[in-house]
Design a protein around this ligand. Structure first.
Ligand SMILES: [Zn+2]
Length: 298
């Protein structure tokens, strides 16, 4: 599944190859990827045809292309989606779903949405050029210049839920994803079940710095590629996976202490951690035990 650095690589590719181009025709080969568009496949195509692409932007794992009429083409890659820029004569991909013919800056090219599993999709966001209303509830990501570190630290420390769950909460911080969460936690030596309210501000700040570091490194290397289906806008796979310390390394020695990395089930997925560097938090006191303590004087 593409994570934020991969999506950012795609965004940068789109900025380079399609901004300034005009969409001359749209072909929807399967209705499912445009299911979020209330206009339906024909309306989706009509709303895009003749529009000029003004930019390529991102919020978390959502991408959008602002259009010259104030609308936007909004996209999410889901589990297996790809946005490819291809010459129009190129052989159709096996899972090609949507094809946009472009003219202008990217003369004689096509923007193609390819998606085997079709959890992703495209839609036209009315008035969404600046920020599509469909995604305005999604928090900024830590690579965003306007991300508010202090507000993040304060919010995390007010919540009792585990720190990994919080890292994956898109309303709090977007784009971190399972792989980068595990890596950042490994670097910060924190177990993902540690409750936010029991971390110090310095620990949360340190973890945020590691999340940013992991993601920045992945970005520099073209992203992680665990899913063979994922390729970036030009069809190149990322290769950050060689640099991972925790994710996908069950049973292998921790790069820091040598203890075997453990895997546990987590929200229908997996969490990987070093049981020595990232000790499982002790259980909270039971309410009964709490009651037996003498309350402090006011
Ligand atoms: Zn370790």
């Amino acid at each position: 599944m593409p994570e934020l650095p991969e999506v950012e690589v795609v965004r940068a590719g789109l900025a380079q190859h399609v901004v300034g181009a005009t969409i001359t025709s749209v072909e929807v080969l399967h209705p499912r990827p445009v299911r979020r568009d209330p206009r339906g496949p024909a309306g989706f195509a009509a709303a895009l045809t003749g529009r000029r692409i003004e930019g390529a932007r991102r919020r978390g794992k959502y991408l959008w292309l602002p259009l010259d009429n104030g609308d936007a083409l909004l996209g999410h890659l889901g589990m297996s989606g790809q946005l490819l820029v291809q010459p129009p004569g190129a052989e159709p991909e096996r899972h090609l779903r949507i094809r946009l013919a472009l003219e202008g800056a990217a003369e004689g090219r096509e923007l193609r949405f390819v998606d085997q599993r079709m959890f992703g999709g495209l839609s036209v966001s009315a008035g969404g050029a600046e920020l599509p209303p469909e995604i305005s509830h999604i928090a900024r990501d830590p690579l965003d210049e306007e991300f508010d570190d202090d507000a993040f630290v304060a919010k995390v420390r007010r919540r009792s839920s585990g720190i990994k769950r919080q890292l994956l909460d898109q309303a709090l911080i977007s784009g971190v994803g399972n792989i980068y969460a595990d890596e950042a936690l490994w670097r910060a030596r924190l177990h993902g079940e540690r409750p936010g309210e029991r971390l110090t501000a310095a620990q949360v700040r340190d973890l945020l710095g590691h999340a940013r570091g992991v993601m920045t490194e992945a970005l520099g290397q073209g992203g992680t590629s665990f899913d063979a289906l994922y390729v970036n806008v030009n069809g190149e796979s990322g290769y950050f996976d060689r640099a991972l310390h925790a994710y996908g390394r069950e049973g292998e020695p921790c790069d820091r202490c040598g203890a075997p990395v453990r895997r546990v089930a987590f929200m229908n997925r997996s969490s990987y951690f070093c049981p020595v560097c990232q000790p499982v938090p002790r259980r909270r006191r039971t309410p009964l035990a709490g009651l037996s303590r003498t309350p402090p004087p006011d």
